[in-house]
Ligand binder design. Structure first.
Ligand code: NAD
Ligand code: AKB
Length: 330
């Protein structure tokens, strides 16, 4: 088996995907890469800026890479502040990876997003194939990315596969500047017995998934029989459709004094309001057996247990540090 390259490997997804790939395929077969000079405790690491075409081609050619999980990107909230950078990293980076994949014959995983939809898309049970007119630069790069992947598949035969991922909740690495980051931050605040100031309105409903399900979905899709894949580079996937108020209520079942205040950030609220409330993931189930294991209750239990183990704060569920005023606002 030829080596696997993970770009953007130090981010929220890469921090868990890289070890999962090493466990599945062998540590020696997985090369992690990202912008900083860094070291990887359990395998190879190379510094790589995906906007540098020659550096991307050099690494893929020199290491005889057979598959790239291309995670390097700028996420939705930061992208709205730096649209020119977002276009450069998200589009030039993807183009450079696809070009190298064409030259050296490798498979590519492309993470699209619920952001590939927009206000004119049906918001509930958003179909696999529907209107895609996003109003954020991040969403524009995701739709353009899906189309570019399609082009490389049909024109050059590059095997590109991808998922339209919802907001991902995880404990191992912090989220990188997206609109769904609130969900992760809420768990961290609860584990530290801190009040959380949520930047979205309490009733903002969005799709979410727990990271172990997302990692399994990425690897399963890349390993799936290509003949069964009708929508290779952009499958809708989701595990739950939830609001900040519902997540807070579930957390409160474990730590009753957890409190949330809502301080709405108009920029991120507008982004969230332009995204679907719930995706239809039937095509992913039919074509390659997508089946998430974690719903809101299981995810909450696991997140709090893992963060509690890290902070040592969940031995006593009612800590004296816990805020008590306004508990239940969320
Ligand atoms: P992240 O922001 O946590 O990590 C992205 C990584 O890319 C960072 O480590 C950053 O250093 C790196 N990077 C940025 N510019 C780079 C460049 N020029 N060259 C190389 N590396 C660069 O993001 P993530 O949450 O891990 O997301 C990974 C991918 O999944 C992205 O394409 C994102 O759009 C997509 N996605 C993520 C989510 C989510 O909820 N996390 C949901 C949908 C889609
Ligand atoms: C973001 O909020 O930008 C990401 C995403 C859903 O693509 N988490």
């Amino acid at each position: 088996m030829r080596p696997i390259l993970v770009t953007g490997a130090l981010g929220q997804i890469g921090a868990e995907l890289t070890p999962a790939l090493r466990k599945a395929f062998g540590a020696a077969r997985v090369i992690a890469s990202d912008l900083p000079e860094a070291q990887s405790a359990d395998g190879a690491y190379e510094r790589l800026d995906c906007t540098q075409a020659e550096a991307v081609a050099d690494l893929i050619g020199r290491q005889d890479v057979g598959a790239v999980y291309h995670l390097a990107a700028i996420l939705s909230a930061i992208a709205e502040d730096r649209p020119q950078d977002a276009w450069r990293v998200n589009m030039d980076g993807l183009y450079n990876v696809l070009e190298a994949a064409r030259r050296f014959g490798c498979k590519v995983f492309f993470p699209s997003s619920i952001a590939a939809f927009g206000p004119s898309t049906p918001r509930r049970h958003t179909p696999q194939t529907t209107i895609q007119r996003p109003t954020t630069i991040y969403g524009v790069t995701k739709v353009a990315g899906e189309l570019l992947c399609d082009y490389y598949a049909t024109r050059f035969g590059v095997d590109v596969r991808g998922l339209r991922l919802p907001g991902l909740v995880s404990w191992a690495a912090p989220p990188g500047g997206g609109t769904t980051d609130y969900a992760v931050e809420m768990f961290h605040s609860a584990a530290r017995r801190r009040r959380y100031f949520c930047f979205l309105r309490p009733e903002t409903r969005l799709d979410m998934m727990y990271m172990p399900d997302a990692i399994r979905a990425m690897i399963d899709l890349m390993e799936a029989d290509p003949k069964r894949l009708r929508y290779a580079n952009a499958y809708n996937v989701t595990a739950m459709s939830v609001t900040p108020r519902e997540i807070a209520a579930e957390i409160r079942r474990h730590t009753s004094l957890f409190a949330v205040d809502y301080c709405v950030d108009p920029k991120r609220q507008a982004i969230a309001d332009s995204w679907p409330e719930s995706l239809d993931a039937e095509a992913a189930r039919e074509d390659w057996g997508f089946s998430p294991r974690f719903g809101l209750a299981d995810m909450t239990r696991d997140m709090l247990a893992r963060l509690g183990a890290a902070t040592g704060r969940f031995d006593d569920p009612v800590s004296s540090e816990a805020p008590n005023a306004d508990a239940g606002i969320g």
